[in-house]
Design a protein around this ligand. Structure first.
Ligand code: AP5
Length: 210
């Protein structure tokens, strides 16, 4: 499918989880700024060294660094695209418009109390970035990724203290994007509460409608 989508929603709303499924069904090219930044941190690149402090504090990495990264990744990409975790501020959204036309912004709506539990019990794969949850989506073998056999770990920004900081950053910097995309006529709000499969069905229906 050729649609160009951005996936919005607070930390833990299910963006990464649903992105994996959407890519499988619709063949989108996925670009996740969170995954790219974590990879840069792991590899100790100049970008990673600069980003780490912001990420561990639950703050946004500076716009120019992230916009540069996205621009590079989008170069030459054809067909449908799904951006997970970008844009995250009005400044990023405006810069994105200069080189990428957003046709749909899917906004996942989830209550904050639910998000804390989702995040503090999340486990992520070091190798392929697949996401699990100790209770809601457990791996078949504890500590091992079902998809690639990689080691599962807990993200350093998934402690309750940093999670609360990430919520504050989301409310201040990212939540205004909902209105921004509503005014452009491309916003689709989706109820992100309930089991993963049900949320997926809601999103997939919206995507099929185009
Ligand atoms: P990023 O990695 O993008 O983090 P986030 O937006 O805070 O989102 P998360 O990855 O925490 O959650 P998610 O919505 O993907 O939920 P998930 O599917 O994993 O960014 C990390 C950091 O990088 C930022 O804080 C910032 O510093 C930096 N950064 C990234 N992009 C940036 C940008 N554009 N500009 C500047 N800085 C940037 O699900 C969470 C858990 O819940 C999982 O365990 C999952 O199994 C479970 N779950 C999912 N759905 C359900 C469900 N329906 N029911 C029950 N459990 C569920």
């Amino acid at each position: 499918m050729d649609l160009r989508i951005v996936l919005l929603g607070p930390p833990g709303s299910g963006k990464g989880t649903q992105t994996e499924r959407l890519v499988e069904e619709f063949g989108f090219t996925k670009i996740s700024t969170g995954d790219l930044l974590r990879e840069a941190v792991r590899n100790g690149t100049p970008l990673g060294k600069e980003a780490k402090g912001y990420m561990d504090a639950g703050k946004l990495v500076p716009d120019d660094l992230v916009v540069g990264l996205i621009k590079e990744k989008l170069e030459g990409v054809k067909g449908g695209v799904l951006l997970d975790g970008f844009p995250r501020s009005l400044e990023q959204a405006k810069k994105l418009e200069e080189f990428f036309h957003v046709e749909m912004a899917v906004d996942l709506d989830v209550d904050q109390e639910v998000l804390i539990k989702r995040l503090t019990e999340r486990r992520s794969c070091r190798k392929c970035n697949a996401v699990f949850h100790l209770e809601f989506n457990p791996p078949k073998v504890p500590g091992i990724c079902d998809k690639c056999g990689g080691e599962l770990y807990q993200r350093s920004d998934d402690t309750e203290k940093v999670v609360r900081e990430r919520f504050a950053t989301y409310t201040e910097r990212t939540a205004p994007l909902t209105e921004y995309y509503r005014q452009k006529g491309v916003l689709r709000s989706v109820d992100g509460m309930g089991p993963i499969d049900e949320v997926y069905k809601r999103i997939a229906d919206v995507v099929r409608e185009g």
